[in-house]
Design a protein around this ligand. Sequence first.
Ligand code: PRP
Length: 210
Amino acid sequence: MLNIALPKGRLGRIVYKQFEQAGFPCPGILEDNRTLVFEYPPAKVRYFWAKPSDVATYVSRGSADIGVAGKDILLEYEPAVYELLDLGIGACRMAVAAPTGFLDDGSRPLRVATKFANIAAGYYASRRRDIDIIRLNGSIEIAPLLGLSDVIVDIVETGKTLKENRLEVIDTLLPISARLIANQAAFQFKYLQIQKIVQQLSLQKKEEHL
Ligand code: PRP
């Protein structure tokens, strides 16, 4: 049985369709109910829906053999997993944003609100800028509006949330997309099944680009 952790939500449903086409179907999984674990013995698979930011934890600890996680989570938490493939979906970017017209005069540590404290710390360390990190769990965009922070480091997809909160991107750190990841031991023991998925998903990705 191959255990697969998928991120709950729209991205996870797209990914499941790709796995299904790759030869790992699981009837009933897309039905609208609250079940979180689905097994389909004929295809030797067990899927479960996890919170997107938790997928890498399930995979690194072996509860899942493979899973799909955002590059943002992999960079922030550096879980001990193998990154096998860039699926090219869920594309967005990690950026610094500030209220329109903001100028950093460098007179005091910059107050940075973020869910990605390690990524933000690394970015500002490379620029030798002192910062005061303010860790938040969501709705980061309101922090500058309420005077809690000077800037934010966050995911930007369409840019709509920034615009509606009168913020603008002042620097882009890196592009982000969904990655196929594997547990390190499972990658050895279930090598053939995992390689089959990698090959099929790579083929699907190529066909989409043709
Ligand atoms: C993410 C991110 C931004 C928003 C960006 O938030 O943290 O707030 O999406 O998307 P956009 O550029 O298309 O507007 P999410 O929806 O995950 O919720 P959160 O505020 O709880 O982090």
